[in-house]
Design a protein around this ligand. Structure first.
Ligand code: ATP
Ligand code: MG
Length: 386
């Protein structure tokens, strides 16, 4: 980059609303940024209600952008050039930073985050605007400018930038807020997991490996999904649970119209144990109301009914289209679209039960030695960490 940015200004929305806990959230976000940027960030501090990072002017901007757009808690950020709190220096720097930019119209948008600087924002806008107009002969357009020069004034520095990059938003990852997400190879569950990460949870993944899946390629796909999602948090665990034996038993003992529901109740029992082992508080699934037969209100009620852990379904009110749109922004869409053996046909009868009661499912489950089946599944799970 020709601009040789030396800083990044990070803005956060919701942390700002946290009242007394604000510092706690800010410190968490700073720690998370430092841990993700490692040596790239030379200094990462709180400065007048925002976070500023000092970087080497030769840093790989694209790489940093990719990392910062995936850190929960960051609402938006800009690569910037730092200057002292001195109007003449700000003028000079403003002219320099936009030198190579191609634009016809512009505006200056100053924010005094600290009233230390004696000149008010509108006045700074006017002074710097006049300087740019004089130097480059460009016109001011306050409504729809080609270029917006942003000036952030903190208690000690001024930061100049012209591109505002959108982040994840939400809240910084808190390693103590753990949940376990049931991750299938589809489009929905990765989005459900992401939405929990966005709210500050650390998500542990559990995948149940189906009988008819070609082991290698499915594992590959699930690992790819978990790896992509791991970019949004600090540490990621993925449990792959072999499910073949249990599936066979379900096929033998449960009527085809109910198999999917018994199957899902077993997944929940096993995932609850893994959650308990990891001190995770909730389970997370990618259910969306009435998207498929197993997700009618009645079936969801009986599926969730006996779960040891409470279950979150962050996609419950979302349309498929909305889910797909998010999957594109988080980079899981292309991975989810890869072919894989979805649940076998024994679990997808032509006319599945739409209103199964929990009692009916509990009755079916009497045929199983649930305790030892669950224990065996948990024991045989393979753990991968990213
Ligand atoms: P997805 O697109 O995430 O696969 P779906 O619409 O295909 O969801 P189902 O197959 O009915 O829905 O599964 C509902 C939810 O159950 C999934 O979102 C996921 O949380 C969980 N789930 C289903 N299959 C598996 C599996 N093999 N391993 C782990 N979780 C699963
Ligand atoms: Mg699925």
């Amino acid at each position: 980059m020709k601009e040789n940015f030396d800083s990044i200004v990070i803005h956060y929305d919701e942390i700002g609303l946290k009242g007394k806990n604000r510092t706690h959230f800010e410190n968490k976000l700073i720690d998370n940024i430092k841990s993700k940027l490692k040596t790239i960030s030379k200094r990462c501090i709180r400065e007048s209600g925002q976070i500023t990072i000092t970087i080497d002017s030769k840093s790989n901007i694209e790489k940093i952008r990719d990392i910062l757009t995936k850190i929960p808690g960051i609402a938006h950020f800009s690569f910037a050039k730092r200057s002292e709190l001195d109007l003449e220096k700000i003028k000079k720097q403003s002219i320099a930073i936009i030198k190579e930019k191609d634009f016809k119209t512009f505006k200056v948008d100053t924010k005094r985050h600290d009233k230390n600087f004696r000149i008010k924002s509108p006045e700074v806008n006017a002074i710097i605007g006049a300087e740019i107009n004089e130097t480059y002969n460009k016109e001011v357009d306050l409504k729809n400018p080609d270029l917006t020069l942003k000036i952030d004034l903190t208690s000690r520095n001024s930061y100049l930038s012209y591109e505002d990059i959108k982040g994840v938003g939400g809240l910084p990852t808190n390693k103590k807020q753990k949940v376990v997400a049931l991750l299938s190879g589809g489009f929905d569950s990765p989005v459900a997991a992401y939405l929990m990460m966005k709210r500050g949870c650390e998500v542990i993944f559990v995948h149940f490996q189906n009988q008819n899946q070609m082991t290698g390629s499915v594992q590959d796909k699930i690992i790819q999904l978990a790896k992509q999602l791991s970019k949004f948090q600090l540490n990621t665990k993925l449990y792959i649970v072999p499910f073949e034996k249990l599936q066979k038993e379900i096929i033998m003992k449960v009527h085809s119209t109910l198999r999917m529901l018994v199957y899902r109740r077993f997944m929940i029992k096993i995932a609850s144990k893994i959650a308990a082992e990891n001190r995770a508080r909730f389970l997370v699934v990618g259910d969306s109301l009435s998207q498929v037969a197993s997700q009618t209100l009645e079936n969801l009620e009986s599926t969730y009914k006996d779960s040891e852990k409470h279950i979150f379904s962050p996609l419950i009110g979302m349309d498929k289209k909305e889910i797909i749109a998010i999957s594109r922004t988080i980079g899981t869409n292309d991975i989810s679209a890869l072919p894989y053996g979805d649940c076998c046909s024994y679990f997808l009868p032509k006319h599945p039960e739409l209103k199964a009661t929990a009692g009916k499912l509990q009755f079916m489950e009497k045929e199983f030695d649930i305790g030892s089946l669950v224990e065996e599944a948990v024991k045989s799970a393979k753990l991968k960490e990213f």
